[in-house]
Write a protein that binds this ligand. Structure first.
Ligand SMILES: [Cu+2]
Length: 340
């Protein structure tokens, strides 16, 4: 014979199960959404996004020299690389690209990297002067083990003016996946997983522009995307790539970086020519041409190009390498009429 309490329990069991299922149904999606802050990714809006009287520059540094300090944290993140397709990536400070590092010629930089990944990580810079213990490679032992922290030291020289990349630069040696108990990424793995950003060095003699637009091009393989090979701009594929708005006749400086780690790209803006600016002489095969319809960038090459917005209308920017638009490397560029 059952006692009263078990009678009550067995009578309520279906209700309890029902309440549990309802709660599970209600709570599960929000838990999953919180994983990605609950917000689907939106294209980044660049260029003329609001009225302005003065140029909108990426690195508006006051005159005079300084020691500029940056704190970077290597950390995993969930990232919507394509609409409704969230993957786990590695980042500097939680997003792709990581924070833009700005300097004026003559500045010193101190960049502290804290590693919250379970693999070793490092900071490697292009375009700045540094000693070998700040090169962020495995050979020079200038990497950061999991849980560790390290400060890297740089100087911006006259030749540093322009656009450059920084990125993780540690890779296994001799196919040794573990060394001293540390997990070591494969060559280029840190970049493919999202560990990169821009370095911009100015000297105050820059050609005046209305806007600066920073685009980082890269390739991400199926082992990271779990879907296929993606060609990304600022860490995402179309239609999540940045949307650029310009006013007719506005001048823009494109700061373009190909972080690789593998593919070359050929960047263009439909209906517009691009004009060489700082350090674009480093690009393969392009040395002195003033104007061009597209710019070729090998892996880990960078440069600045100037463009004047043409007639009002809808345009696109993209990469003309075969298959790259289909793999996501494309974005919208809109020119709006000027108010006369
Ligand atoms: Cu491409």
């Amino acid at each position: 014979m059952m006692d009263d309490s078990s009678m009550i329990f067995s009578g309520q069991a279906p209700i309890i199960v029902f309440v549990f299922l309802v709660l599970f149904e209600l709570l599960t999606p929000s838990i999953l959404l919180d994983f990605n802050d609950g917000q689907p990714a939106e294209p980044e809006q660049l260029g003329h996004t609001g009225a302005h009287d003065s140029p909108e520059l990426l690195c508006n540094l006051p005159a005079g020299n300084d020691v500029r300090r940056y704190e970077l944290v290597a950390q995993a993140a969930d990232w919507e690389i394509a609409p409704d397709h969230i993957i786990q990536i590695w980042t500097f400070n939680g997003s792709v690209p990581g924070p833009t590092i700005c300097a004026r010629v003559g500045d010193r930089l101190e960049i502290t990297l804290t590693n919250r990944l379970s693999t070793i990580a490092s900071f490697h810079a292009h375009g700045l002067a540094f000693d070998s213990d700040s090169d962020g490679t495995f050979l020079s032992n200038s990497f950061v083990p999991p849980g560790g922290s390290r400060t890297y030291y740089f100087e911006a020289l006259p030749d540093s003016v322009g656009t450059w990349a920084y990125h993780d630069s540690v890779a296994e040696l001799d196919k040794e996946p573990f060394l001293h108990g540390l997990t070591i990424p494969e060559s280029g793995e840190g970049i493919e997983r999202g560990m990169y950003g821009a370095i911009i060095v100015v000297d105050g003699t820059e050609e005046p522009v209305d806007h600066e637009v920073l685009l980082l091009l890269g390739d991400v393989g199926p082992e990271v995307t779990r879907k296929g090979s993606f060609e990304v701009i600022n860490g995402r594929v179309a239609p999540l790539t940045p949307e650029i708005t310009l006013v007719e006749g506005e001048k823009v400086r494109f700061r373009i970086i190909n972080v690789g780690p593998n593919d070359a790209h050929d960047f263009y803006v439909s209906g517009h020519v691009l004009e060489n600016d700082h350090n674009s002489q480093v690009i393969d095969g392009v040395t002195t041409t003033d104007e061009m319809w597209s710019v070729s960038l090998g892996s880990l090459t960078f440069g600045d190009w100037l463009m004047t917005a043409g007639e009002a209308g809808e345009y696109s920017y993209a990469c003309s390498v075969s298959g790259h638009i289909e793999a996501g490397m494309q974005g919208r560029l809109k020119v709006i009429p000027g108010d006369e």
